[in-house]
Design a protein around this ligand. Structure first.
Ligand SMILES: [Zn+2]
Length: 402
């Protein structure tokens, strides 16, 4: 293939996982749009030089991030996570820093920055979605409505003590401009907190639904460090958090500033021992995904034959990868039940399953097929009354505890 590695520019790439042609998975459809949505290849390639796994096909970022409907304030566990992150950064690094400041890249509705404001920080968000940026601004969180990159940093012409990027680093089409921008905007003694889905966990948990067009890159520690080092930054600490089913919270500074922590060294070592950055691991992953399709269709077919009603629980963006790859549509699931009211009366892209809002339900299914599996604990706790009534909650992905 003549594709170039997004991280190291190598042309030595090889197909690892092929999920067929899929619609852009955040493209929830109005009734009149059903069947009109475009499909794009969803293929994961492995770079034999730096080990980074990545999509070869890029859906334009203006299509994907111009006006998304994902609001980070919606779920409670995410909001708690944002609060914890703000406190951790402050306690560990900037407790006594005067005039402390923080920049949040992909700041969404400002949920993260509000927690920093409460700790006395001068905050700034950069958010590409117009609707979402306005929600943040209206809530008193200064927000630039743009795609973060080096040009934006030059225009801002200021530096920050802390920079946070949660769940945005795999989206980046302008990877090098963004990383360069972070280095430029980071104070000499500043700390950049990078939060990303941990590919090693995705593989271990068989959570292949995390693969979708918005996620251009899938990192392990080893591979994100290749990128950071290339831009004069280095990681000095990291740990695994349960957020999104398993994310790394990594702490980064200018190169040569800090020694790596013991726990970071241990995680690096585990990647080597478990061959997490080797091609064979991804080929094996692809085979396990195929088997998962067979198993899930068998389960859903059996439920149908027994006359049971099955609805999807949650209409998360990632759920569409699974539904489209499995070929699960209204033949198996009558509805997707969702909390986010921005998705009211929309249809899932590709499989066209109608979305209904959880609190407006007047009846219940026999089985909930849980697409929002990353909130397993929260979902089971909130729905004990339904489980007591005999409603089954089926989790296609069962994440290991962290
Ligand atoms: Zn590479």
């Amino acid at each position: 293939m003549d594709t170039i590695c997004r991280v190291c520019d190598s042309t030595h790439l090889e197909l690892a996982i092929d999920l067929g042609h899929q619609p852009w998975c955040n493209n929830f459809l109005k009734p009149e749009q059903v069947g009109q949505e475009p499909f794009y290849p969803l293929r994961v390639l492995y770079c034999h030089d730096c080990g980074t796994v990545q999509l070869d096909y890029t859906v334009k970022k203006e299509i994907m991030f111009g006006d998304h409907t994902y609001l980070s304030g919606v779920t409670k566990s995410l909001s708690n996570h944002f609060k914890n992150v703000a406190h951790e950064i402050d306690d560990r690094f900037f407790k006594d820093t005067p005039n402390k400041s923080v920049l949040d890249i992909g700041s969404n509705d400002g949920t993260q920055l509000k927690h920093f404001q409460a700790l006395g920080y001068d905050v700034l968000g950069v958010e590409s979605s117009k609707t979402t940026a306005k929600i943040a601004q209206d809530a008193g969180v200064p927000t630039v409505n743009d795609f973060f990159n080096l040009d934006v940093v030059k225009r801002l012409d200021r530096k920050f003590h802390a920079i946070n990027a949660a769940g945005v680093f795999f989206h980046l089409e302008e990877l090098h401009s963004v990383t360069e921008g972070i280095r430029e905007a980071l104070e000499d003694n500043g700390v950049f907190v990078v939060q990303f889905l941990y590919m090693k966990r995705i593989v271990d948990n068989l959570a292949f639904d995390q693969i979708y067009h918005e996620h251009l890159l899938y990192y392990n520690l080893n591979t994100i460090e290749v990128l950071l080092n290339r831009h004069g930054l280095s990681m000095f600490d990291a740990y695994l958090s349960p957020i999104h089913g398993g994310s790394i919270i990594g702490f980064v500074t200018h190169q040569g500033q800090k020694m790596p922590s013991d726990r970071l060294e241990k995680m690096r070592q585990a990647e080597v021992e478990e061959k997490s950055n080797e091609f064979s691991t991804y080929l094996d992953f692809a085979k396990r995904i195929e088997q998962m399709k067979v198993d899930n269709l068998a389960y859903l077919d059996k439920a149908k034959q027994e006359g049971k009603t099955v609805w999807g629980f949650g209409a998360p963006v990632k759920g569409n990868t699974m539904l489209n790859y499995f070929g699960v549509g209204t033949n198996h699931l009558d509805y997707l039940v969702e909390k986010n009211e921005l998705r009211r009366e929309l249809y899932s892209p590709g499989m066209h399953i109608p979305i209904v809002i959880e609190k407006e339900l007047t009846e219940l299914p026999d089985i909930y097929y849980v697409l929002a599996w990353n909130f397993k604990k929260e979902i089971l706790a909130n729905n004990q009354h339904l489980i007591d009534k005999g409603i089954e909650f089926y989790f296609p992905v069962n994440p290991q505890e962290i």
